[in-house]
Design a protein around this ligand. Sequence first.
Ligand code: PLP
Length: 391
Amino acid sequence: MANISKPDVRPANPRFSSGPCAKRPGWTLDALSDAALGRSHRAKVGKSKLQQAIDDTRDLLRVPADYRIGIVPASDTGAVEMAMWSLLGARGTDVLAWESFGAGWVTDAVKQLQLKDVRTFDAPYGEIVDLSQVDFDRDVVFTWNGTTSGVKMPNGDAIPANRQGLTICDATSAAFAQDLPWEKLDVVTFSWQKVMGGEAAHGMLILSPRAVERLESYKPAWPLPKIFRMTKGGKLIEGIFKGETINTPSMLATEDYLDALGWGKRIGGLDALKARADANLAAVEAYVAANDWIGFLAKDAAIRSNTSVCLTFTDPDLVAQSEDAQNAFAKGVASLLEKEGVALDIGAYRDAPAGLRIWCGATVETADIEALMPWIGWAYGEQKAALKKAA
Ligand SMILES: Cc1ncc(COP(=O)(O)O)c(C=O)c1O
């Protein structure tokens, strides 16, 4: 049964967007007061901040010492496409998709790069592809956590340590919330705006030694724009991985990322960040377990995201309705919650099945998730009552 009256408790912070995500608890604009504004990013002060962002990322994510970490243009998309355009084509490629961002990488490989030897694997929303069918002696492009379906890789077990191909992993909604098995990953990308609640602007591109070897030994058949170029004269441009960005970065966004990383360290590092996301998911799970009209898009808990948590309405009366009607219902629930000021931006992604998506990453407080869930029950009840009246 859904709630009938409005719950007494409201989330202290109604921001549950899947990106840009909520700022860290306690964040104010004062956190940016030390930003190197109006200074050159090539000056000592600017460069040292960019280098600090790289070093702190390495510490917090426990990136191996022999992996390069670069700050690149155009957020996560920039980082993924830079990797795809620079590395693919040397051998066959498998591209995997279980939601719309993964599907975007399929489009890049098939329609834009027009790779000659490419296989694609996709799974419907809520499921993951059969990883046993993937050939890791080919290059493999995939998303660790599908932000629009709430489905994540269960672990890296399917990826052989002695693979011949490179694994190119879009980890933008996984980094800082889920374990990333570095020895299984050759390229890892993410942006600042997700789990750490930073500003969107720059992408992080992390390369294994094998990825660097490919960059230095392989020249793609297509032209590379300047913002994708990581080598010069067949050698890696090492400066990119020491804070010498290809083009001008935002020092304001950089300061904000440094603040977020500092917060992550202060609260206990990666384990604490992961634990916060896990606790948030657990709070949603407890509510879902107690209510039969709502369920997870990812039914299998082993692949259920602890960041972009996607819910569907499972009430048989609703499920029997058309897709449009289900979408309208779910949108109605989200907009009621927004009107009440208890939840902003929790409608499902535009291409995903009807439902809600609640960001549960580390910057979100568990008490806010706990306060939100009964409100969803209330809004659901209101929408159902409106439906009945209209019938
Ligand atoms: C899995 C995934 N990949 C790529 C992107 C694109 O990221 P950005 O907008 O930071 O480039 C997103 C954004 O939400 C995402 O969730």
